[in-house]
Design a protein around this ligand. Sequence first.
Ligand code: EPU
Length: 432
Amino acid sequence: MQKYIVRGGRPLYGEVRISGAKNAAVAIIPAALLVDGVCRIENVPQISDVTVLLKILDRLGANIRFLNPTDVEIDCRGVRTTHVPQELAHKLRASYYLIGALLGRFGSAEVSMPGGCNFGGVRPIDQHVKGFAAMGADVREGDYIVANAKGGRMKGASVYLDVVSVGATMNIMMAASLAEGTTIIENAAKEPHIVDLANFLNSMGANIKGAGTDTIRVFGVDSLHGGTYAIIPDQIEAGTYMAAVAATGGEVLVRGIIPKHMDCITAKLQEMGVTVEEKDDTLLIRREGALSRTNVKTLPYPGFPTDMQPQITTVLALAQGTSIVTEGVWDNRYRYVGELMRMGAQIHVEGRTAIVEGVSHLKPATVQAFDLRAGAAMVVATLAAPGTSEITGVQYIERGYEDIVGKLRSLGADIQSVEYSDDEEFIQRQIG
Ligand code: EPU
């Protein structure tokens, strides 16, 4: 196993290039199953969730060829099975996209219940199932989700989502692309990755209108053709580097982003006294003085993203005054708070609200990454805490952040990834 050793308390300086968006890539790669030809997908992030998905497609019979580390050709014409076994599906949450893609292509899917990050509460998929059922599929849920379209092909339908769900919106879009007739998704999610998946499918011949608004119309077509598509930059990766600079101080140019996608994060950092200057596809982040308190409420896009909540809470832990953070998307996403408190943060959680009393500095500690974004928060916290900290559970971080250690080192951070054993972790946690 790996752990990170971080000698914190140094400001960050330099430039960092943002990789392709994880939450777009984990939908677009399964969507290649719908395509009758070769998809060349560019700007694919080099993260373990992507590797796992490509391995799943390979096991299903797809032909995968890397042209370079970030551009990959996927040819799913040879796929003959719709069965995704448990040992593969349980490795990531996004394996649920295989259900929509397989249903769209073959009219049937048998996918083990998805695994992935568990940050506390339940992660239901009832809205995905509701959409598939409206489109004529018989869906049975057990250890496996077994879905079969009546007559072997999905049928267009109107689906009103009871909650704004990124996963259900994308899954229904996939199942609808090759369906007979038109599907209307109302109360759809509007995240940049929703638009990216629609653009990918449209570039391969699908007919999807309205992605990025509340109502998406998918006019089913008979087949999709191959093509080339580049994934958008990762809003959350960029936001995490912005948060890191806010916490440590310094000046960093974040390159290769879409500034519009960053507005919700930029606005909060500016309220906290961080300077953010936009130019073309870059943002310059500078933090010199003290951080001011503010309140943050996470909401579906264009609201403040829940996937930035742990990182912004960490920055607020260092701001002057009392800040209130409200989690508006997930029932329970504060498991990391205990780790921050072991570093001296003063945070009180009540249900979906965290009351953060700012402290002047965090203390070094051995902390654990419980999930991907909790892990990102631990990175931000340990970079800001003067002294030597350790982060275990970093495999979660590497599911979603490409070369985080290398990128931070290029900004002057003292962080390294080292091998360690379970026994060592046990002993250190008893000491820490
Ligand atoms: N929900 C339901 N029923 C459903 C689906 C969702 O009640 O069928 C609820 C959830 O419990 C939650 C809310 O709706 O309260 C939103 O869930 P959503 O479906 O939007 O989440 P998701 O698609 O499972 C994706 C990202 C998450 C991110 C959320 C919200 C992927 C693989 N995951 O999850 O990303 O937090 O959207 O933006 O795209 C992460 O990257 O760290 C991460 C967890």
